[in-house]
Design a protein around this ligand. Structure first.
Ligand code: ADP
Ligand code: MG
Length: 617
């Protein structure tokens, strides 16, 4: 509890003791009304002075109709009709509710800020042989930084010296530390645990993983769910309407001489209190906020509550294959040259791939292993879903799948080995092919069955890879549908077909050449965002680690948030309407109204906070 919260608590205790004391005394001793007014004013002012002051200040600022204003007229009205303990009581309950809310909001803020903890404060950079401690945004690309054990990794880069273990839990929710050594990439925002490492900076702070993630989380609240927007708009028109109705209710019958003015004023006051929309205004965003926080703690970044709404009703999940359902790191199984030496074939392939970030390219480059003289590479064109067109030593070369070969009119033949076949050719001659193989991710099968468990009707795989591989993966994983040998545009077409059939479709990809599909889907999920900038930008939901099992978890978190929101709306409205009806019939009791306002709000907040606690599977 903060100091401010503790001070409010003290005021609550003092004021409730005094209220209770005077309440008992009032029953026992016969006293004059003026004595009562003075006596109850003490606890009332102790607990309510800031509310009264806030209401007055807001009127001068032109924001008349807020909850402080409602509370002020409701309690002053209670004084006016002689309900002194009620006046103090309403103020008391209001403050209890406020205290409660501030604790709840603080709590879910903290859970998101535990993710914000990834922001590094300093970077130790080596310039002219000297170590300088700078702010991370002052370090340039290509500079060397030193990271000591216990330090946050300030910038993305490649380790050039040393080995260590890093903890990525703030980013991925994965608690096991990962071992890293020379040559490996490390990601800003994780924690260096055991060794001193020297790192060559790969991107400036503004482009680093940590900045992108922080930006994403900070902007999460701007993409509001329909329910959230509705409540904000609702309150803007609803509150003045309530205040005006209450005035009319107090005034019109009294002026017309129907019943006693005392009763009408009391009814109007109860109407006023019960109609306060606080329970919804506070609890709806809090439910989403808690869910976003809880998701981010397990490495699922949701860009806004609107995506949670969509995710909760997803019935079709469409996957990209490479890097999503499979590891995306291919091992080279065979090199089959036709007219050149195996080494030369691999050399040409690796040179052509040297600028590509596609998993196929990375695998061929790492199989080559040696130094690549990129000065031999001329103009390079990446042909999405097919391969690469590049000039090597001034000669036009093609590296890619059968489709690419057919497109450029080179005769080719499929390999008898199973695997992804990468063909290599010049514009006139077939040079040979390389067979590479990818592994299905260990958790993919569980991920698919977990999706079935949460009620997803259809799982689909779209891939640019060959029919034989696609069918193998689809059968192993138990997917409902697959389509192979697709270009990125074909993937969009398939997706549109699924959407136009009335399904709510989530697309899951690795962010490499599937940005069009990510954007076109109802909700785009990118995995393995650690390191892939494209994924963070084009997706609506980002899974920080490569685990496809997180998809069903994200669906469950979203559904829970939505059901809590629904429960709260229904609960609050039911209670309030019930109280209003009872009041209209003539049963008027201010304490019931207090429950209708503050009690409902507290219960709604408690309910909303349940979601923040969900950290299990
Ligand atoms: P997926 O749908 O499995 O993610 P892509 O659409 O990225 O696959 O690529 C489809 C196919 O295109 C790959 O299986 C590969 O045969 C070929 N391909 C794509 N990019 C490259 C590349 N850089 N080098 C060689 N082949 C490539
Ligand atoms: Mg892909």
């Amino acid at each position: 509890m903060s100091r401010k919260q503790r001070r409010v608590l003290t005021r609550i205790i003092i004021s409730s003791v005094l209220t209770l004391l005077f309440f008992i005394l009032e029953k026992v001793i016969e006293t004059d009304t003026w004595v009562k007014i003075v006596a109850f004013s003490v606890p009332y002012l102790i607990i309510g002075y800031d509310v009264l002051w806030g209401a007055v200040r807001n009127i001068f600022r032109g924001q008349v109709f807020d909850e402080k204003f409602l509370m002020t007229i409701a309690t002053l009205g209670a004084f006016a009709v002689g309900e002194f303990p009620e006046a103090a009581g309403v103020m008391l309950f209001y403050q209890v509710g406020e205290l409660f809310q501030s604790i709840a909001v603080g709590k879910s803020r903290r859970s998101i800020s535990s993710l914000m903890d990834i922001r590094p404060d300093t970077a130790v950079v080596i310039r002219d042989g000297e170590e300088l401690t700078l702010s991370p945004d002052e370090v340039k690309k290509g500079e060397m930084i030193i990271i000591r054990p216990g330090d946050k990794i300030p910038l993305d880069g490649v380790i050039v010296e040393g080995r260590s273990t890093v903890n990525t839990s703030a980013l991925t929710g994965e608690s096991l530390p990962r071992e890293v050594s020379t040559g490996e990439r490390i990601i800003s925002g994780s924690l260096n645990l055991s060794g001193v490492i020297k790192v060559c900076v790969e991107s400036e702070f503004g482009d680093s993983t940590v900045s992108k993630i922080l930006e994403l989380v900070e902007n999460a609240s701007s993409k509001k769910a329909k329910a959230e927007n509705f409540i904000t708009k609702f309150a803007r028109y609803y509150t003045p309407a309530v205040v005006i109705s209450a005035f009319l209710l107090a005034l019109v019958p009294s002026v017309l001489g129907i019943g006693s003015p005392y009763d009408w004023i009391k009814r109007a006051l109860i109407f006023l209190m019960v109609s306060c929309p606080c329970a919804l205004v506070i609890s709806v965003p809090l439910s989403f906020f808690g869910a976003i926080g809880s998701a981010s703690r397990s490495g699922i970044l949701i860009k806004g509550s609107s995506y949670m709404e969509v995710l909760a009703s997803v019935d079709t999940v469409v996957f990209d294959k490479t890097g999503t359902l499979t590891e995306g790191s291919f091992a080279v199984d065979a090199i089959h040259p036709s007219s050149v030496s195996p080494d030369l074939l691999l050399d040409i392939a690796a040179l052509a791939e040297s600028y590509s970030t596609h998993p196929v390219a990375e695998s061929i480059i790492s199989a080559h292993g040696g130094h690549l003289d990129v000065s031999r590479v001329g103009e390079v064109t990446e042909l999405s879903g097919r391969g690469i067109k590049a000039y090597i030593d001034g000669k036009l070369c093609y590296v890619g799948n059968g489709k690419l070969m057919s497109d450029v009119g080179i005769e080719w033949h499929p390999c008898h080995l199973s695997g992804t076949t990468v063909h290599i050719a010049t514009d006139t001659e077939y040079l040979g092919h390389i067979v590479i193989n990818d592994k299905i991710k260990e958790s993919s099968k569980d991920a698919i069955s977990a999706l079935k468990d949460v009620g997803v009707k259809k799982t689909v795989m779209l891939t640019g890879d060959s029919e034989s591989i696609a069918s193998k993966v689809a059968n192993t994983l138990g997917l409902d549908e697959y389509h192979s040998e697709l270009l990125p545009a074909d993937k969009v077409e398939h997706l549109e077909r699924l959407i136009s059939n009335g399904n709510t479709v989530a697309f899951v990809g690795d962010g490499i050449n599937d940005a069009p599909v990510l954007t076109r889907s109802d909700v785009g999920i990118a995995m393995g965002a650690l390191g892939s900038d494209a994924a963070i930008e084009s997706a609506d939901i980002v899974l920080m680690d490569d685990d496809p099992k997180k998809i069903s978890k994200a669906i469950r978190i979203s559904r829970k948030a939505l059901s809590i929101v629904k429960q709260n709306i229904i609960f609050a409205l039911t209670v309030k309407i019930a109280i209003l009806i009872v009041t209209a019939i003539g049963f008027t009791n201010t304490w019931v109204a207090v429950f209708g306002d503050v009690g409902v709000m507290v219960l709604a907040i408690l309910n909303a906070m349940r979601n923040g606690k969900q950290t299990d599977n």
